[in-house]
Design a protein around this ligand. Structure first.
Ligand SMILES: Cc1cc2nc3c(=O)[nH]c(=O)nc-3n(C[C@H](O)[C@H](O)[C@H](O)COP(=O)(O)OP(=O)(O)OC[C@H]3O[C@@H](n4cnc5c(N)ncnc54)[C@H](O)[C@@H]3O)c2cc1C
Length: 537
């Protein structure tokens, strides 16, 4: 059985950064990923990553902007770490090869993004995530870290309360493999595939959240789901970075009149404005990019994608947009070092909740979060693994997983499909847990999610092969999404107030006396139970 000091599950920006840091801290490291690292969600980010690099900026200003966006639910330690470390990480990325745009003085240029009080997003045209990921991958390869791609992790191994490894299905071999480790880092990304439509890559199915949940780790603030306000959405979605708004683009109604002054509004507030305008019979909302100087050269990827998908030339016509589910703020309960309640198990990046994002994430912070906390969590896991020594992962978990896979592929169902259940779940989440929620809608969602879970349990995959059997992986992913949907609806129903990304039309006010707290969902006797925990000052 392969044995490493640190096993990183996930090859996006946060997983690669953690792996590089753990290796440089002297640990033996391996990465498991269900897709090739260069095909992860991290590649999609156009807007930029925040760092206080300008003369008009400081770590204190940055921290204040994060707290404002987080609307009372940010934990101080994580905020201060990000604000203090961001510049160093962005400069490191620049030194190792990210071609950031430069200003007239030859320094890294920063542009306005979202509700930041100053221009703070370092960017590489509108292909920032793509560039960052490629450069991280190059550094990762230089460290000669083994990458087991196309490995779908089916479970974590726990021995005496300690996480000692993971079991993964190799798509190519069709075999279940056990990987032993002194520390395991979950860097598995988000769960936005809960929604349809959504902006995120197909693999963002919350697997890591459910792997942790199954070991008893809490899931925090699941009800906080960020909707992106400027997304073209038809058969597929094309996100146009809010950097365009900062550069002069306007949100307009059907008559072409400016809808709102976007400056200073949080992403949640903007999404709510666009949602409201769409509901009020004012016709479709569009993003008019024509006022942006040098539009085609500043937003080349948006120009190309919108032309291909919608047949719209952004230099000539406005683009219809709507708020679309983008990124969860909630995730696996972890501290700023990534430690969870299970010894040896760490979480980082979009799958983790370390207290940074509160009820609303500052646009441009996710990539920064991935690299800042990726480094710290990689170093912490390496230190833990060295002090804990080698652990025995055993082989019994793989045998159990094998029985589960055999049951799933036992065939015999007809009519219903994984695709149909997933589509209905996504549409339900959008309708009842979308930009605006009510108690009645959430109660209805809970009933319907239960019914979808029953349909999923009755489904079987007809193809018995385990080699490149994406239906089998899709079945497990959908199971994860359904359990997560149940937990998310529970948390959203519990939080009877409006705050950040959680807008309750039946409780429109913020209620600090009862709800300036995190929601925490834990598995108890197989069912999700809701609890709360104080925000740490
Ligand atoms: C359209 C779009 C635009 C964005 N724009 C910006 C922006 O401008 N600025 C910004 O800061 N952020 C932006 N973001 C957010 C940012 O891209 C992501 O949140 C961030 O990159 C997440 O990185 P990650 O490493 O945590 O996860 P991911 O990049 O999602 O990587 C997750 C990894 O986990 C693996 N994995 C998952 N489950 C399993 C499993 N069961 N077994 C094995 N491997 C598994 C995946 O294969 C993948 O390797 C944007 C996101 C999207 C979708």
């Amino acid at each position: 059985m392969p044995q490493y000091d640190v096993l990183v599950i996930g090859g996006g920006a946060s997983g690669l950064r953690a792996a590089i840091a753990a290796k440089r801290a002297g640990a033996s490291v391996a990465v498991l990923s269900k897709v090739h690292p260069l095909r992860t969600n991290s590649a999609l980010s156009p807007g930029g990553l925040n760092a206080p690099l300008g003369n008009d900026d400081s770590a204190e200003k940055f921290a204040q902007d994060i707290r404002n966006a987080g609307d009372g639910l940010c934990d101080t330690e994580a905020v201060n770490i990000l604000a203090a470390d961001a510049a160093r990480e962005v400069v490191w990325l620049e030194r190792v090869g990210v071609p950031f745009n430069r200003n007239a003085e030859g320094r890294i240029d920063c542009r306005p993004l979202g509700s930041s009080s100053v221009s703070r997003a370092a960017y590489a045209d509108d292909r920032t995530g793509h560039m960052v990921l490629h450069v991280l991958h190059e550094q990762f390869q230089r460290e000669d870290i083994p990458c087991f791609a196309e490995r779908f992790v089916t479970s974590l191994i726990q021995d005496g309360g300690v996480c000692t490894g993971a079991v993964a299905l190799g798509h190519r071999s069709g075999q279940l493999e056990t990987f032993g480790a002194g520390a395991v880092i979950l860097a598995t990304g988000g769960a936005t595939q809960l929604y349809r439509p959504c902006t995120s890559a197909v693999g963002t199915t919350g697997d890591g959240l459910m792997l942790a949940h199954d070991l008893g780790v809490g899931l925090v603030d699941l009800e906080m789901v960020q909707f992106h306000p400027t997304v073209y959405s038809a058969a597929r979605t094309a996100l146009i970075s809010e950097a365009a708004l900062g550069a002069g683009a306007k949100l307009v109604n059907a008559a072409g009149d400016k809808l709102v002054n976007a400056g200073g509004l949080s992403r949640a507030q903007l999404a709510a404005e666009v949602h409201k305008a769409g509901q009020n019979g004012g016709g479709p909302v569009s993003l008019d990019l024509r006022p942006v100087d040098n539009l085609a050269s500043r937003f080349p990827a948006a120009a190309e994608v919108v032309r291909l998908m919608a047949g719209i030339d952004i230099t000539k016509d406005p683009v219809p947009v709507q708020p679309v589910a983008h990124r969860p703020m909630g995730g696996i309960e972890a501290n700023a070092a990534g430690e969870t309640s299970v010894a040896g198990l760490y979480a980082v990046g979009e799958c983790a909740h370390n207290g940074l994002n509160g009820a609303g994430r500052l646009p441009g912070n996710t990539l920064t979060e991935a690299v800042v906390f990726g480094r710290r969590v990689g170093e912490a896991a390496a230190a833990h693994a060295k002090s804990a020594g080698a652990a025995d992962a055993g082989g019994s978990q793989a045998a159990q997983d094998g029985e589960r896979l055999a049951e799933i592929t036992s065939g015999g169902t007809s009519g219903d499909t994984i695709g149909a259940v997933h589509r209905e779940l996504g549409e339900l989440m959008n309708a009842n847990l979308g930009v605006s929620r009510t108690d009645a809608g959430l109660a209805e969602a809970q009933d319907k999610i239960r019914a979808l879970r029953e349909r999923h349990a009755a489904l079987r995959v007809n193809n018995k092969s385990r080699i490149y059997n994406y239906a089998l992986a899709g079945y497990i992913e959908l199971g994860n999404l359904l359990k997560l949907a149940e937990a998310t609806a529970l948390a959203a129903r519990g939080r009877a107030e409006s705050r950040g990304a959680h807008l309750r039309s039946d409780h429109p006010e913020k209620d600090d006396s009862n709800w300036k707290a995190h929601t925490v969902v834990r598995s108890q006797d197989g069912s999700p139970k809701l609890d709360t925990r104080a925000v740490s000052a």
